[in-house]
Design a protein around this ligand. Structure first.
Ligand code: EPU
Length: 429
C-alpha cells in the first residue's frame, strides 16, 4: 500500500497535458465487442480501471493487446456472454458490457454491481432499456441474466428520478445498433462521453441520428465492422488541474482539453474570480495569481449541467473562497464522503440533506486523511496542495482508477507531492 505525502502552499505554474477520458474509454472497450473484427483505441488513459476492463474482455475471449501506453488493440472474434464475477465486482462500469453482449450474442450474464460509497447505484433504467428492446432480464444468484433472442427496435424512455443515466444510455445504444428495426431513445444522456461512443459506433457502421441530443434515433444493422478510434480528452481531469491552479493561486496552461465540454465549469470559475479562458485550440489557461476567489453556488446535474464528478474538488476549492459557498448534489445525493476528511484539515462545512455549506477563506492545515472514492481522493489532494504543512492521503488506489499519473503531472507543475510506502506514514502527528 502506498500513500501520497503533500507539502502544501506552493502555487502551481507551467503546463500539463490531459489524458484520454476514463468514462469515454471504458464503454468504448465494451463497444469493440459488437464486431467480430479487430478495433484499435488510441489516447486511452493509463488507469487501473482500464486495465480491469482489458482483463474482463480478455476473459470473455477477446484477444487484447496494449500496443503502447495509450493504444490498445482488441480482437473479439470469439467471445462468451458470461462476464467473470471476480473481475466485474472490482469495477461498476463493467455493467456497460450488457449492451454489446446483448447486441452481438443476444444473451448476457453480468454480475450485478453492488452499491458504493457515492450512493445507491441501481440498474433499473438499464433493465428498462433492455426489456424495452424485447429482452427478458432476470436476476439470478447476483447476476443480471439477459435472454434477447427476440431483440428488436423500439421506443424507450430513459429518464429516472435523478435525470438520465450515462452508462444506461450506452447500454441502450449498444444493444439497439444491432437490433432489427428502428429504436428511439428518449431522455438519453448527452454527456460528451456518450457523443464519443456514438461517433465510434458510426465508424463501425452503426446508424445513429440525434447525437448530442436527448433523443437518439437508431436504425439497427446486421453487423458492425472494427474501427480505429481516438478517445476524447478527460474533461474531469482537466478541470481538476484547473482547480489545483486556483486553490494554490497559480497560473497554468492545460493542454489536450476541449473547452466546449467544460462550459458550466469554466463559467463557475470565471464568476468566482478565477480567470479561465480558451487560450488556443485544445488549450485552456487558468490564472488565479492576482485574484481572490469568491464564494460560489454549485448544483450538480446531468450534462450540460455541472458535473457531479467535480463536486468534491469544488468543495475543497470552496474552503479557500471568500464567503459562504453552497454545493448541492442532484445526481448522487449522498456523494459527500470527502466532507468529514476535509473537516480534519480544518474546513468549516455543514451538511443539510444533499447540500453542504462551506465557510471559506480559512487556512487549511495538513493532516492524515483517507480517500473514500476517486473524486474524493482528488479533493483531498487539492486541499493538501493548499494546506499549511504536510497532508498524507491514504487509500490512493481509488485515485489510480481514474487519474493518469496524477502526482507526476502535479510535480511537473511544481507541487511538492510524493508517493511513498504506507510504512513512511508517521505513527503520531
Ligand atoms: N440511476 C438510476 N437507475 C439506473 C441508473 C442510474 O436511478 O438504472 C441513477 C443513479 O443512481 C444516479 C443517476 O441515475 O443517481 C445517474 O447515474 P448514471 O447511471 O448516469 O451514472 P453511471 O452511468 O453509473 C457515470 C460515470 C460516473 C458519473 C456518472 C454521472 C462512468 C463509467 N461513470 O456513472 O463517473 O459520476 O455517470 O455523471 O461513466 C467517476 O468518474 O468518478 C464516476 C463515478
Amino acid at each position: 500500500m502506498e500513500v501520497l505525502r503533500i507539502c502544501g502552499e506552493i502555487p502551481l505554474h507551467g503546463e500539463v497535458y490531459v489524458s484520454g477520458s476514463k468514462n469515454a474509454a471504458l464503454p468504448q472497450f465494451a463497444a469493440t465487442l459488437l464486431s467480430h473484427e479487430k478495433s484499435i483505441l488510441k489516447n486511452v488513459p493509463d488507469l487501473s480501471d482500464v486495465q480491469f476492463m482489458g482483463e474482463i474482455i480478455s476473459e470473455l475471449g477477446a484477444d487484447v493487446n496494449q500496443l503502447d501506453k495509450t493504444t490498445w488493440e482488441i480482437n473479439p472474434a470469439n467471445i462468451s456472454h458470461c462476464a467473470p464475477y471476480e473481475l466485474v465486482r472490482k469495477m461498476r462500469a463493467s455493467i456497460c458490457l450488457l449492451g454489446p453482449l446483448v447486441g452481438r450474442l443476444r444473451k448476457a450474464e453480468v454480475p450485478m454491481p453492488g452499491g458504493c460509497v457515492i450512493g445507491q447505484r441501481p440498474i433499473d433504467l438499464h433493465v428498462r432499456a433492455l426489456e424495452g428492446l424485447g429482452a427478458n432480464v432476470e436476476l439470478d444468484k447476483g447476476k443480471v441474466v439477459v435472454d434477447a433472442m427476440n431483440l428488436r427496435g423500439s421506443h424507450i424512455f430513459l429518464g429516472g428520478r435523478n435525470g438520465s443515466t450515462v452508462t444506461g444510455t450506452s447500454n441502450a445504444i449498444m444493444a439497439a445498433v444491432l437490433a432489427p428495426g428502428s429504436t428511439k431513445i428518449e431522455s438519453a444522456a448527452c454527456e460528451p462521453e456518450i457523443i464519443d461512443l456514438c461517433n465510434m459506433l458510426k465508424k463501425m457502421g452503426a446508424k445513429i441520428k440525434g447525437i448530442g441530443s436527448h433523443i437518439l434515433e437508431i436504425d439497427g444493422v446486421n453487423q458492425l465492422q472494427g474501427c480505429t478510434h481516438e478517445v476524447i480528452p478527460d474533461r474531469i481531469e482537466a478541470a481538476t488541474y484547473a482547480i489545483a491552479a486556483a486553490i494554490t493561486k497559480g497560473n497554468i496552461l492545460i493542454n489536450n482539453v476541449y473547452a466546449e465540454h467544460l462550459g458550466s465549469f469554466i463559467n463557475l470559475m470565471n464568476i468566482s474570480g478565477v480567470a479561465v479562458s480558451n487560450s488556443e485550440i485544445n488549450q485552456i489557461s487558468v490564472k488565479s495569481e492576482q485574484q481572490s476567489i469568491q464564494s460560489f453556488e454549485v448544483i450538480t446535474l446531468p450534462y450540460p449541467g455541472f458535473p457531479t464528478d467535480l463536486q468534491a474538488q469544488c468543495c475543497a476549492l470552496a474552503c479557500k473562497a471568500k464567503g459562504i459557498s453552497i454545493l448541492t448534489e442532484r445526481v448522487y445525493p449522498s456523494r459527500f464522503m470527502h466532507v468529514p476528511e476535509l473537516l480534519r484539515m480544518g474546513a468549516d462545512i455543514s451538511m443539510e440533506g444533499a447540500s453542504c455549506m462551506v465557510k471559506g477563506g480559512i487556512n487549511l492545515i495538513g493532516a492524515p486523511v483517507m480517500a473514500s472514492d476517486l473524486r474524493a481522493s482528488a479533493a483531498l489532494i487539492l486541499a493538501g496542495l493548499a494546506a499549511k504543512g504536510k497532508t498524507w492521503v491514504q487509500r490512493i488506489y481509488h485515485l489510480d482508477r481514474g487519474y493518469d499519473s496524477f502526482e507526476k503531472k502535479l510535480q511537473a507543475l511544481g507541487a511538492n507531492i510524493e508517493r511513498v510506502p504506507q510504512s513512511k506514514l508517521p505513527k503520531s502527528f
